[in-house]
Design a protein around this ligand. Structure first.
Ligand code: NAD
Length: 326
């Protein structure tokens, strides 16, 4: 198959393109950035999927599409750019695809459509009501609705995948990582809170800032530890490949993520042992995200089986630091 992958220079895209090439597929890849990969069966196009002329050119002769490209941001000033990339871009791609004999369209959506941080029931399965509260989650919700419309109107063989938080194991211990920094490291968490104007959060964190780096055991205002799913990118890619392959996937929506959520009061002390830096146990003036998302539907219909738990991610993250010195 010739498979078009949008967002091919990103975390999930890079890994997916590698796996598809290894499985002898032709890959057409698209991203704003050049992923810097060459392969005889890979054709890369740098450009924006929000540009209709560009999209018309890149969808020619593709058999299937995995649509990963998106802008992820929680800054108000990015709302317009995010709408253009995530909503208008998706719609333009769907329009071009619907005029061609494309056999499968897989959309990367997110648990932020529920949203997972404010569940009305647990575990969160695919029937949980959607009511996004972030602009990012709203754009993913609209992208999902576009796919559903094209399934109804043009018999598109679409599949919607709601990914959990996703990281490469080597990102875990990297304070510069876009996810791990503000999630776990005091210095970056404080900086992010200041940048976002979350003055009360910044104040709570400042009390622990004595100049020495710490890993933060984040808790909500009532002491509940943060609890969420963090999934290794390779497991997310496994879900995507199964959604491309399996006939049972067509027309369906799936949660794709790890089996178990992690609780910060349990994993941050383990991370601290690996890194040899102390922890700070902090009550933040927020409601703690605390949820469990079910991946049972993906297991049942797609044979999805995550291979990484957080312990394995930490072990591989530590090995990466050891071998690279980073
Ligand atoms: P990423 O940010 O690493 O990669 C996204 C890629 O999309 C980037 O390389 C970017 O250059 C590209 N892109 C952005 N706008 C574009 C445009 N207009 N045209 C072409 N390319 C564009 O993200 P990721 O972690 O690989 O995530 C992949 C997908 O999964 C995204 O749709 C994201 O919203 C979704 N998702 C990610 C997570 C996560 O925790 N990483 C969780 C849930 C859902």
């Amino acid at each position: 198959m010739n498979i078009l992958v949008t967002g091919s220079a990103g975390r999930v895209g890079r890994r997916l393109v590698g796996d598809l090439l290894a499985a002898d597929h032709e890959v057409t890849s698209v991203d704003l950035k050049d992923p810097g990969v060459t392969h005889p069966h890979l054709t890369h196009h740098s450009g924006s999927i929000a540009d209709p002329n560009f999209v018309e050119r890149v969808v020619d002769n593709v058999d299937a599409v995995v649509h990963l490209s998106a802008l992820m941001s929680w800054k108000d000033e990015d709302a317009e750019r995010m709408f253009e990339a995530n909503v208008n871009g998706t719609e333009r791609l769907l329009e071009s695809v619907s005029r061609r004999p494309v056999r499968r369209f897989v959309l990367a959506s997110s648990g932020e459509v529920y949203p997972e941080n404010n569940p009305v029931k647990l575990p969160i399965d695919e029937d949980h009501p959607t009511a996004p509260t972030s602009f990012y989650g709203f754009t993913k919700h609209l992208a999902e609705e576009s796919v559903r419309f094209f399934i109804r109107r043009y018999q598109l063989k679409g599949v919607i995948l709601r990914f959990s938080h996703t990281q490469d194991a080597p990102e875990l211990f990297d304070p510069e990582s876009w996810f791990s920094g503000p999630r776990f490291f005091l210095s970056r968490k404080l900086q992010t809170a200041q940048e976002r104007g979350q003055h009360d959060v910044a104040e709570a964190l400042t009390r622990y800032d004595d100049g020495e780096e710490k890993l933060v055991i984040s808790r909500g205002r009532d002491g509940t530890p943060f609890r969420m799913h963090i999934t290794e990118t390779a497991d997310i890619v496994q879900g995507v490949v199964r959604a491309l392959d399996r006939e049972e996937a067509v027309g369906e929506t799936f949660n794709i993520g790890s089996d178990e959520p992690i609780s910060f009061d349990e994993v941050v002390p383990r991370m601290s042992e690996y890194l040899g830096i102390p922890t700070a146990d902090v009550r933040l003036p927020v409601d703690a995200p605390s949820y469990r998302t079910s991946n049972q539907k993906a297991k049942r219909l797609l044979g999805f089986q995550p291979q990484w738990d957080f312990e394995r991610m930490m072990k591989e993250g530590a090995e990466f630091r050891h071998t690279t010195g980073r």
